[in-house]
Ligand binder design. Structure first.
Ligand code: PHE
Length: 470
């Protein structure tokens, strides 16, 4: 029996849900360290160009494919053109690899939240009992010596496994309770608070002594900082941050009502997502310059966890700020993780005939099992390195963002050009509202995007195997 598909009650419901998926660790954790690593202003420039040309094109295409087919990623392609069904399989595989390591980072956030929470509680009890102030013992003090706390945390396998399990279980419980109302409401309240707090932290970070060099590094592109690896990283980050090239926007597209403008909604999501990423960069990069500029060239996944505690430590009410901040990052991460797990659960439900509850439990257990690998990659399995440079978590991140997502996006472009024709997408977009950047869309999806992805992909793979050096 064909079930009627729910649609969002309004365009704004879709924008909120899509923004909830898009804004997450990608903006707050991943963007700043990539920007720091790949040349600051140059990375930012490439990223912004990519988002508003390539990202725009792909998001329009995915939303339209979703709305036209009324199906989620796994079946949408086959529903529109039987032969192309395999693209759905590749698209759906990607969230299955991302979710396990996303949860590991989610676990780090939980750990940091509790660390600040404890500090905050002891601040309160000191104030209450009039004991000596905690002052020096602020959490950031542990961080001063090159992120000792962070390194110690990664060294402890049991800690990591416990915190990431907590994160995974929370996501699973939300899915079991039903996502819609609670999550939508929570994000409408939490997102503005996150932005406010981010503005405060940005101002703080920018005004630290020495920070202005970081602001320059982040905003002024320098030609010598250009690299193909940087372009590839920016492209991967664009897919990741906008939740593209993995079927999520297809699933969301299938929920967009016919009387809502796809083009307008896409524009809003991109702008919002990019603003948050830029703010995250401004919170973190200037602070790196203020505390220890040498960190810039070494920056990696730990950047946010090492630098921000130092910023908080130099602020008044440091424990309160830290606690609030990590709570909000947690909230942003949860909404994204939910969209990841939901995509997988929906596929399992549709294709195995298992009930939703059972599917959630199976997916959660599998995720828990798989996510021990990236967690152990920092301690027990620290000897395992891919291409001499990637830890397990880094590698899962690289293989999805920089290899599978480009391939998937290339296939989506080809599907649109040769499978259903650009006109099918254009018509779908024009069902309601204008399609103002139609020409850009057509040129991008037919020519620029596929050639560009192919070129970048090939050069990066050759580079990884040492056949060419970039
Ligand atoms: N876009 C999310 C973020 O920026 C991450 C995400 C990736 C969510 C893939 C869903 C799918 O954190």
């Amino acid at each position: 029996m064909e079930k009627k598909r729910h649609t969002f009650s309004s365009g704004i419901g879709f924008v909120l849900a899509a923004a909830g998926s898009a804004v997450g660790l990608g903006n707050l954790w991943r963007f700043p360290y990539l920007a720091a690593k790949y040349g600051g202003g140059m990375f930012l420039l490439i990223y912004i160009i990519l988002v508003f040309t390539f990202g725009y094109t792909l998001m329009i295409a995915e939303n339209a494919i979703g709305r036209k087919s009324g199906k989620s990623s796994l079946d949408a392609f086959a529903a529109l053109k039987k032969k192309w069904g395999f693209v759905g399989i590749i698209a759906t595989l990607i969230p299955c690899i991302i979710l396990p390591y996303y949860n590991v980072i989610g676990g780090w956030i939980i750990r940091y939240f509790f660390e600040y929470f404890n500090g905050f509680m002891s601040d309160i009890s000191c104030a209450f009992w009039n004991l000596a102030p905690v002052g020096e013992s602020g959490f950031g003090a542990h961080m001063a010596a090159g992120g000792e706390y962070f390194t110690n945390m990664l060294g402890s396998a049991p800690t990591l496994i416990i915190v990431q399990s907590i994160f995974t279980i929370i996501v699973a419980v939300v899915l079991l309770m039903g996502v819609q109302k609670g999550v939508e409401k929570a994000s409408t309240i939490l997102m503005p608070v996150l932005i406010l707090l981010a503005v405060i932290i940005c101002i703080y970070s920018i005004t630290l002594p020495g920070a202005i060099e970081g602001v320059k590094y982040f905003f002024i592109p320098k030609a010598e900082n250009f690299s193909i690896m940087g372009v590839l990283a920016a492209m991967g980050q664009m897919f990741y941050s906008l939740s593209l090239a993995m079927g999520i926007m297809i699933a969301y597209g299938s929920y967009i009502p016919k009387d809502s403008s796809i083009e307008k909604n896409v524009g809003r999501i991109e702008l919002f997502d990019t603003l948050i990423a830029v703010m995250a960069g401004l919170m973190i990069i200037p602070a790196v310059f203020a505390f220890d500029p040498t960190q810039i060239s070494k920056s990696g996944p730990g950047l946010m966890f090492v630098v921000l505690p130092q910023v908080f430590d130099s602020m008044p009410l440091s424990n309160l700020m830290g606690m609030l901040f990590f709570f909000l990052v947690f909230a942003a991460a949860i909404t994204s993780a939910i969209s990841l797990m939901e995509t997988i659960v929906a596929c399992v439900c549709d294709h195995t005939g298992l009930g939703r509850k059972t599917s959630v439990i199976i997916v959660a257990l599998l995720t828990l099992a798989i996510s021990t690998l990236p967690a152990l990659g920092y301690n027990v399995l620290s000897g395992v390195k891919f291409f001499d440079r990637f830890d397990i978590l880094d590698f899962m991140d690289f293989i999805t963002n920089s290899v599978m997502m480009p391939i998937c996006s290339l296939l989506i472009c080809l599907f649109v050009s040769f499978g259903i024709g650009t006109k099918a997408i254009e018509d779908e977009v024009e069902i309601y509202g204008a399609f103002r950047r139609k020409k850009l869309f057509r040129i991008m999806i037919k020519y620029v995007a596929p050639i560009f992805v192919l070129a970048v992909l090939v050069s990066s793979v050759l580079n990884s195997f040492g056949i060419i050096t970039m």
